[in-house]
Design a binder for this molecule. Structure first.
Ligand code: HAM
Length: 426
């Protein structure tokens, strides 16, 4: 029988990669604190209906990519397919409307989508999700966008670009969509079958098509920003003023429509060069109708998700060095059963004191143990031999200087401090 393997599209993130992850998440926590966002953790699975209602009909995410299952109790559940609907669900369910608004939240979460795996696209990925709920002011859109942009910069990333668009709201979007569909109907023979299908169920998404044959039709398509109602136009103008005043270098991209249905007005993405076709590090926007769609009162909101797997790929591609965890300071070598027991006790004592300690396992020759100590990079090796065990002493060996001293147990701690301090703590 073949050994079980990792499911397609999932990843093992190795110990060597963890420092970069820690760096990225560390910058996220730090920035969120300065911007006043508090952390929320929601379940890994939710009622399937949350996403079915939240992300919208005719989206790939809803129709093809969700991991839906029945639990043994017969309830229909789904693995978290995105972060916004769960955050809005929690906001409504936990009565956060009574808190000062907006409620500013963030999370670090696994997200599951049945996608065709490729570089930077996985079936399980990790997201930094940010939601600011309960306020329609474009200043909040600007704050959220500046949080995403600043944090990616503070991680050390360069070659970023900020793509911005407004897709209007329920007042003006229907008129725009009508013009868009009319334009496409005039070119129906030129467009791909997928776009013909989208035209029926989710016309905005035709602007997203990557097929060569559709590009000329896209180029001539009407642009949403030209069809905004007065309120949406005012909102977009104010947002651009804020971003300009913040020196955030945005490009207005009239093809940016995003893959989820809940967006109103602002949509944005942050792209990076150099990691291939999946170049969106993050994306988001405003979703003023989502709370109602989920059965709550009208509640505006704005947020984004940043894909941390892609962030780490970009950090690697840009050669960012964050250093590996420090090596052990002390290695415990021992000979004989009695000494091994003593070594276990001493290792715990030293670790409780604050030292990074490794010890040998099994019964190996002293030579082999010293080689292991050397390879591990310990500054000091403590040797508990059979003789020393009998005498109640320990040999302290300074690995770099090859000096060694036989000391009583009590003296060992002072000597360790002396040797390790001599090299800045090892
Ligand atoms: P999204 O654009 O679907 O938005 O995902 C956000 C980010 O997650 C993407 O820009 C990308 O970096 C990463 N991502 C998405 N799918 C994958 C994948 N299969 N593999 C690797 N990374 C991926 C949302 O999910 C919205 N909930 C964001 C949002 C929050 N909008 C408002 N608030």
């Amino acid at each position: 029988m073949a050994a079980p393997r990792r499911p397609r599209g999932t990843r093992d993130i190795l110990p060597e990669e963890q420092p970069l992850w820690r760096h990225a998440v560390g910058r996220v926590d730090d920035a969120c604190e300065r911007f006043g966002y508090r952390r929320l953790t929601t379940p890994t699975f939710e009622a399937a209906s949350l996403f079915l209602r939240g992300v919208g009909e005719g989206t790939e995410l809803r129709d093809e990519q969700m991991y839906v299952f029945r639990d043994p109790g017969g309830e229909e559940l789904a693995l978290r397919a995105e972060g916004t609907a769960p955050f809005v669900r929690a906001y409504l369910e936990l009565g956060m409307r009574v808190l000062p608004q907006p409620v500013k939240l963030y999370g670090i979460m696994e997200v599951f989508r049945f996608e065709r795996p490729q570089a930077g696209r996985f079936r399980e990925h990790r997201q930094w999700n940010v939601e600011a709920i309960g306020e329609a002011d474009p200043a909040l859109d600007a704050e959220v966008i500046s949080l995403a942009w600043t944090t990616l910069q503070e991680m050390g990333l360069g070659r970023l670009s900020l793509q911005l668009n407004s897709i209007g709201d329920s007042a003006c979007r229907p008129g725009y969509l009508q013009r868009l569909v009319e334009h496409y109907r005039g070119h129906v023979k030129e467009i791909c079958p997928n776009c013909r299908r989208r035209l029926e169920i989710n016309p905005l998404r035709v602007l997203d098509c990557k097929e060569a044959g559709c590009q000329a039709v896209i180029a001539g398509a009407p642009q949403s920003a030209d069809y905004l109602c007065a309120a949406c136009k005012e909102h977009f103008d104010r947002l651009r003023d804020f971003l300009s005043a913040m020196d955030l270098p945005f490009s207005q991209n009239h093809l940016l429509v995003r893959g989820l249905d809940y967006y109103t007005r602002t949509v944005f993405e942050i792209w990076v060069e150099g990691i291939g076709a999946q170049n969106a590090l993050g994306g988001g926007g405003r979703y003023d109708g989502l709370a109602e769609q989920l059965g709550g009162p009208p509640t505006p909101g704005v947020g984004f998700g940043v894909g941390l797997d892609r962030v780490v790929l970009a950090l690697q591609e840009q050669g960012l060095e964050v250093g590996q965890p420090p090596r052990p300071q002390v290695y415990l070598a021992h000979l004989g059963l009695q000494a091994a027991t003593e070594a276990g006790r001493l290792a715990l004592q030293l670790r409780r004191t604050g030292y990074r300690v490794e010890m040998a396992f099994g019964q190996r020759s002293l030579k082999a143990q010293l080689r292991a100590a050397d390879r591990g990079g310990a500054a000091v090796t403590l040797i508990l031999g059979e003789e020393e065990s009998r005498r109640g002493t320990v040999v302290v060996r300074d690995m770099a200087a090859s000096d060694q001293w036989e000391l009583s147990r009590e003296e060992v701690f002072a000597k360790l401090a002396e040797v390790l301090d001599g090299r800045g703590g090892g």
